[in-house]
Ligand binder design. Structure first.
Ligand SMILES: NC(=O)C1=CN([C@@H]2O[C@H](COP(=O)(O)OP(=O)(O)OC[C@H]3O[C@@H](n4cnc5c(N)ncnc54)[C@H](O)[C@@H]3O)[C@@H](O)[C@H]2O)C=CC1
Ligand SMILES: C[N+](C)(C)CC(=O)CC(=O)[O-]
Length: 321
């Protein structure tokens, strides 16, 4: 089967944090978007989130014809997907819900339209089990804010056709993203496996009274966080080995892997730990609203993306290198 890769109409199911991010990205790329979400007041909330994201998207540059007015909110799943060239599901992270939803989406969609799920780590072989034409079904796991961060992890299930992976790569690339094909279907994929390990350790540090949420965030944002925007852990640690590179790094720091620096299993989420984390992050927020913090994040991310792009160009590299 030939899958659709020239997208004019984008369907979004679920319009919370991630669904609204997909809608904003698709609108900014000049597409018609049809959205559906069963929650009362979902349309108004979606339009508000898009309006909050739009200044950053304007700054980044809109495609010709891009407009917030090209969003149509509909009342049923069938209306949402029937005429769509591409479908992205961003419903709550529950296997039973996604299983049921994808049976309905895929039955109503064009048979050659690629269907992507935003799941953070559920397995596509499981939640696409009842799908019609499962060969066109993939995971397209994005990162928040979806309208600015380029990474999208693509994961196929046992029925996914290799051509569907290629079609998904083409579609996400056309939406300005940097696809990463996760070749083995594992829970948490690549990125969330790494992020969850960091998250668990951060919770242990709060739980053990070692540091506040703000101090832990400082430890990330003034150090490794800055270099992670352009160089990953493996290349960074190669440089940490000096002229002898990774082999010397392994010899010097390898033994530390046997020391109990990390706890790995998550701490029990006691009421006290939840309160400590919520109080700590409320203090970090201060009197800023979530929307104001999102605008600050977007503006700073744009500046970082620009800086990384310009520096790479000076070193003869493309942004995706
Ligand atoms: N929040 C995050 O940082 C990230 C989340 N994701 C994934 O994106 C998906 C959505 O997560 P969020 O947007 O964070 O959640 P959210 O809670 O912000 O939004 C979920 C939306 O789905 C709607 N919904 C409820 N039942 C539904 C149904 N049966 N069908 C369709 N929509 C339904 C809700 O009304 C809500 O608007 C999840 O699979 C999650 O793992 C992926 C990347 C990052
Ligand atoms: C917390 N999370 C697992 C939902 C995070 C993601 O899936 C990706 C992100 O945006 O960090």
């Amino acid at each position: 089967m030939t899958f659709i890769t020239e997208i004019k109409t984008f369907a979004a199911l679920g319009s919370g944090v991630i669904g609204s991010g997909w809608v904003a990205r698709a609108l900014a790329h000049g597409l018609d978007v049809i959205a559906w979400d069963p929650a009362p007041g979902a349309e108004q909330a979606l339009r508000k989130r898009i309006a909050n994201a739009w200044p950053a998207l304007e700054k980044q540059g809109l495609a010709p014809g891009a407009s917030q007015d090209r969003l149509r909110f509909v009342a049923t799943i069938e209306e949402c997907v029937r005429d769509a060239d591409f479908i992205q599901e961003s419903a709550p992270e529950r296997l039973d819900l996604k299983l049921d939803l994808h049976a309905k989406i895929s039955a109503a969609a064009k048979p050659n339209a690629i269907i992507g799920s935003s799941t953070s780590g559920l397995l596509p072989s499981e939640f696409y089990e009842s799908a019609t034409h499962p060969e066109r079904c993939v995971v397209g796991h994005p990162f928040n804010p979806v309208y600015l961060l380029p990474l999208v992890e693509i994961v196929g299930g046992q029925h996914t056709a290799p051509e569907a992976i290629e079609a998904a790569k083409a579609i996400y690339t056309a939406l300005g993203m940097r696809p990463l094909h996760v070749r083995k279907e594992v829970p948490g994929f690549i990125a969330d496996r790494l992020l969850e390990a960091l998250w668990r350790e951060a919770l242990h540090l709060v739980n053990d009274g070692v540091a506040s949420t703000g101090e832990i965030d400082d430890a990330i944002r003034f150090g490794a966080g800055l270099r992670w925007s352009f160089m990953g852990t493996f290349l960074t640690y190669t440089l940490a080995g000096g002229d002898a590179g990774m082999r010397h790094f392994m010899a010097q720091f390898g033994p530390a892997l046997k020391l109990p620096w990390t706890y790995l299993p998550a701490p029990e989420l006691t009421d006290k730990l939840i309160d400590d984390v919520v109080e700590g992050t409320s203090e970090q927020l201060g009197d800023r609203s979530i929307a104001a913090l999102e605008r600050y994040r977007d503006d700073t991310l744009l500046a970082v993306l620009d800086a990384v792009k310009n520096s790479k160009a000076r070193h003869g590299m493309a942004f995706g290198d």
